[in-house]
Design a protein around this ligand. Sequence first.
Ligand code: MG
Length: 220
Amino acid sequence: MKHIRFTDGKTYEPSKIIGIGRNYVAHINEMNSERTEEPVIFLKPNSALHDIYKPIPIPQNMGSVHHEIELAVCIGRDGKHIPRADAMDYVEGYGLALDLTLRDVQSAAKQKGLPWALAKGFDRSCPVSEFVYKEQAEQVNNLNLRLMVNGAVRQEGNTKQMLFGIDEIIAYVSRFISLLPRDIILTGTPAGVGPLQNGDTIEASIDNIAQVKTSVIRDK
Ligand code: MG
């Protein structure tokens, strides 16, 4: 899968997936990371996209694979140097994403000061739900995110806890990278990240955006 799907059945292929790191204080603390003055940005290739309603294959023998539930923003218009005040006009819609992370690979990279490309960009590291158009989404700055594994709550948070709001992220990223229609921005994860295992059941929800139930299988 290299496309995303909206609730009306329309499918689109984004030119890129942009991830934001360290956007919730409680997650920064659990990772023993430092808060940064500017958003931490990384990229996932389109080959990371996966239909979240299908079992999620996770890599074997690459260390732990962590779940990170995130509000995904789909961009609707071309933009460069987008002013923060106009940024929300560039949004097409919203979805639920998992920013799956090879945590051991990432930790090794961090220690050496090396990029996170493989830890964040491996195949199917970005399962996404259907997207809703922004007209159907309400109060995106006050949405509850919740992820359960095998019936136990792992992650809970609210988008109002984001250090950098959606408008700030769009303005910041577009200073460096042109945004194109259907690009996806992952807005960071709340606390409670943890490892996934073959056979796990995941239930994830973001208020009026998406409620999904899926499972984890071994990748070949
Ligand atoms: Mg993340």
